[in-house]
Design a protein around this ligand. Sequence first.
Ligand code: ADP
Length: 250
Amino acid sequence: TAPGAQAIQIDGLRVSFGDFVAIPQLTFIARYGEVHGVIGPNGAGKTTMLDVITGKTRPKAGTVRLDGKVDLLGMDEPAIALAGVGRKFQKPSVFEALSVRENLETALRLKPRSILAEIRSWADPRRGTRVAEVLEEIGLSDLADTPAGILAHGQKQWLEIGMLLMQRPKLLMLDEPVAGMTEEETRHTADLVRRLRSPERAVLVIEHDMAFVEEIADRVTVLHEGNPIFEGRMADARQDPLVRQVYLGR
Ligand code: ADP
């Protein structure tokens, strides 16, 4: 992928719930190789935007393009996941009775695909290599055989990020990844998210912890009432009068 190419491009997006317009007219781009923070006060429309990308919420108008071509709006949730969109929700959901390694192996099987592709993947010697790579990437190699149920909260979150990485998403979306984490876990997560940068991947992070966003994000979009009121570096967002007024200056 060309550096800076568009992983996801949203145009003219309009979302309403009954008479309430949550997103009036949104344009948004996330690029390969970047960690993009999406911030804004409660009710700004962050979750709604992610729900549209994953196919959970249907907009009234607009297009959502993955990789500059496919319009995701014509697809259902499993098809969108298969096309390369991975999302991690706030609460970790790992298979507690399975080991860390087994959780990663299982993640590959959760990706919907044909039986034939399934059998091929299990016979593929590279499968084990991929598990080892991801274990390394999330920093859990030493705990590969530990049951996921006894991991600390932060370790479960990293495992879940690893489960998404197994599927090689083009767009990886993380919903408040450091909520409820200790300071040390937050630091480890910042390292991990920074390492997620790849020419084949865009990372989108919704987060309330501003210091964390500043540490990890190459670019931030500030949403307010469904409108992007700022896009650029987090350090500049802090100085922006409008951003301060609606958000940071509370
Ligand atoms: P954020 O994630 O930035 O806190 P949300 O995307 O959750 O904001 O919400 C944006 C706005 O849309 C809020 O005013 C919220 O109350 C409203 N909203 C979200 N989902 C629904 C829904 N299913 N029905 C009605 N209103 C909703």
